[in-house]
Design a protein around this ligand. Sequence first.
Ligand SMILES: [Zn+2]
Ligand SMILES: [Zn+2]
Length: 114
Amino acid sequence: MRNRGYSVRRKGPSKPKDDGKSVEEFVKELRGLAAPKNNYREQSLRIHGLICAKCAREFDYKDRHLLTVHHKDGNHNNNPQDGSNWENLCVYCHDDEHSRGILADYFEQAEKDK
Ligand SMILES: [Zn+2]
Ligand SMILES: [Zn+2]
């Protein structure tokens, strides 16, 4: 009975799963170069305006980098085109909203996009 289980496994994957995953990551990265990951940011700024949703501080084009997009459900992959999961927060309010660790991660992404 144990042998049976083994033979089923052997028939299955010709490639190790880890390998497939890394290729997928690689493709994602390539696509990321073509379409910036932070694309939703521009969109959110367009939809909600250059204003912090929390402290109502207004920004203009040259200091809009101080305005960040907060994901209401905390899922950075949930980016509905109507902006319903986005909230524009200035860096101070966003910092308030999250632990520093998460925000640091956010800025890392923003840096990559430059
Ligand atoms: Zn604010
Ligand atoms: Zn956030």
